[in-house]
Design a protein around this ligand. Sequence first.
Ligand SMILES: Nc1ncnc2c1ncn2[C@@H]1O[C@H](COP(=O)(O)OP(=O)(O)OP(=O)(O)O)[C@@H](O)[C@H]1O
Ligand SMILES: [Mg+2]
Length: 279
Amino acid sequence: MRKIAICNQKGGVAKTTSAINIASYLALKGKKTLLIDLDPQANATSGVGVDKRTIQHSIYNVLHEHINIEQAIRDTEIEYLSVIPSNINLTGAEVELVNVMGREYRLKKALNEMKVPFDYVIIDCPPSLGLLTINGLTATDSIIIPIQCEYYALEGLAQLMNTVKLIRDNLNDRLQVEGVLLTMADQRTKLTKEVIGEVQKFFGNKVYKTIIPRTIKLTEAPGFGKPIPLYDPTSLGAKKYEDVTNEILGIYSESKNEETTEDTGKTEEQHGKEVGERA
Ligand SMILES: Nc1ncnc2c1ncn2[C@@H]1O[C@H](COP(=O)(O)OP(=O)(O)OP(=O)(O)O)[C@@H](O)[C@H]1O
Ligand SMILES: [Mg+2]
């Protein structure tokens, strides 16, 4: 079982969008995948179509009340994709766990005790470096850091890397940076090009070759409770999340690399038209 946390304490950088869609493509490629929503905002939960009002057991009950983790696992519309939902109760967990022994290890322990086998566990972290994220970082093998192609993209990354080092030294010596994912890119702008350059300088070959463009379809999909492969499988956003999932799986060809560069500046409409023409 390979565990990957999607983590960046900065808000709105596409952690949840990436968690949902990478988990979905892993599942569609036949990998049994568990998406864990570790954010009280519960956007990953609703993003895979789970109605928050129908949740009986959430990650809160797993972390706080030690319920059996299996009780919280829910099926989704995608056959091999399951989810452990979150809800607003989780807001209290940061405070409620403060005086609890082994509070940083709650998620790790629950996953160790899990009897249902999964190939992949994808953990969507909240935008903070508090106890919930620490639980995620302690439980995981590696992290993917999404970075939005915007002003101040690198802001806070030194702090994140410092936290990763602290966790590695004290709580989880296996913790690795799996990769860095550039998101919401508009390849036509100078700013995006600058950010890509800066991030590549900072993280070197950890940066995925696939860059996620800013597209309307990716914004719309969560509103319908659907991952992008169900909402619009031929969209550019869908293709890019499939590509990065292939990179994670170690399936990556040079031709795809060229294609990524070629795609620069293509709009969703252009891409849709081309896909339509090919079909
Ligand atoms: N490639 C994209 N193109 C367009 N919109 C996007 C893209 N990726 C994410 N978004 C939108 O940007 C917003 C923030 O994305 P998301 O919720 O995934 O970020 P996050 O890092 O999980 O946020 P938070 O820190 O609040 O948890 C959402 O409205 C999402 O739909
Ligand atoms: Mg989020």
